[in-house]
Design a protein around this ligand. Structure first.
Ligand SMILES: C[S@@+](CC[C@H](N)C(=O)[O-])C[C@H]1O[C@@H](n2cnc3c(N)ncnc32)[C@H](O)[C@@H]1O
Length: 290
């Protein structure tokens, strides 16, 4: 065998290793990896083989499952998550935010109450920064009040990018022109574009696995959890709806991605209100606030 053919053979994933990795991804992060994703998994984990010095997927698999591989499990999950995001993705949600949610938030803020918004599965930050830009443009009064946007993600590497808030010209192209002129600065040395300090000031990032405990205290006025649960199976999704409901304040909102829906069994907790937008139903007796 030529050396390149040997390399290819060594770096092919066998069914047993794939099954073990898929089981671990499900257990650790809720990610569902059907057999059809084997090539994708193989290519995404190739850099992890190189980084850990493992000669093939079988030994990588043994390593990641061993006690010594506990740190590597986080890198593995980071490599397996899909982080695609855009500014003002699914723009109809930002119309709802401006037209329906902002008036509610203003009334609450004028009443001295704090405003909290959660971008759950925020990836590289475009979602929480879009929320911040929308609020700055629609209600400058609101952003001087007690207002915070929390961005969380399981992937610490992507959160570093979110914190840096630097994007390419192509990435910022989804920001409406007037907001792009006001809320983005060109950094000549890197050639990148950075979200301005005023937009970043009200955004905080934290690492959080949605499958584990949520340490945040208090309730959210709106939760954006878009294009995240699509990677989970129905059982994992069903376990999340009541947990989100518990975290949403009276009259609060939850926004999902375009191909995601609150399951029928949980529809008593939320009322559909626009495309993949829901409002918390009046406190159902089954859901107790902690
Ligand atoms: C496709 S991105 C969506 C980003 C953004 N919400 C949007 O719609 O543009 C999905 C994000 O969910 C995160 N994610 C996947 N599983 C997760 C989990 N169990 N807990 C928290 N975040 C998770 C991924 O790391 C990834 O950044």
């Amino acid at each position: 065998m030529t050396s390149s053919r040997q390399d290819t053979a060594a770096l092919s994933m066998d069914g047993k290793s794939f099954a073990a990795i898929a089981a671990l991804a499900k257990e650790e992060a809720g990610l569902v990896l059907p057999t059809g994703k084997m090539t994708m998994v193989q290519s995404r984990l190739r850099k992890r083989l190189l980084a850990t010095g493992q000669p093939d997927y079988e030994t990588y698999c043994q390593f990641v499952l061993s006690p010594a591989g506990s740190d590597e499990r986080r890198y593995m999950i980071s490599a397996l998550t899909t982080n695609v995001s855009h500014f003002f993705r699914e723009s109809h949600h930002f119309d709802i935010l401006r037209d329906k949610v902002v008036p509610q938030l203003l009334a609450k803020a004028r009443n001295g109450q704090k405003i909290r918004i959660w971008s759950a599965g925020c990836s590289s930050g475009q979602e929480p920064y879009s929320i911040s830009m929308c609020l700055h443009a629609a209600a400058p009064e609101l952003v001087s009040r007690d207002l915070l946007i929390l961005g969380t993600d399981i992937d610490s590497a992507i959160l570093e990018k979110a914190e840096a808030a630097q994007y390419s010209e192509q990435q910022i192209s989804g920001i409406p022109d007037d907001m792009r002129r006001t809320f983005v600065e060109h950094d000549r040395s890197s050639g990148l574009y950075q979200v301005t300090p005023e937009i970043r000031r009200i955004v905080r990032f934290k690492e959080l696995n949605l499958l584990r405990d949520w340490p945040m205290k208090g309730y959210f006025d709106a939760i954006f959890c878009r294009n995240v649960v699509i990677y989970f199976d129905a059982e994992t999704q069903a376990s999340l709806w009541p947990r989100f409901r518990q975290r949403i304040d009276r009259d609060g909102w939850i926004f999902l991605g375009h191909s995601e829906r609150i399951s029928d069994q949980a529809l008593h907790l939320f009322e559909p209100n626009g495309m993949t937008a829901y409002r918390a139903a009046a406190q159902p007796s089954a859901i107790k606030k902690e």
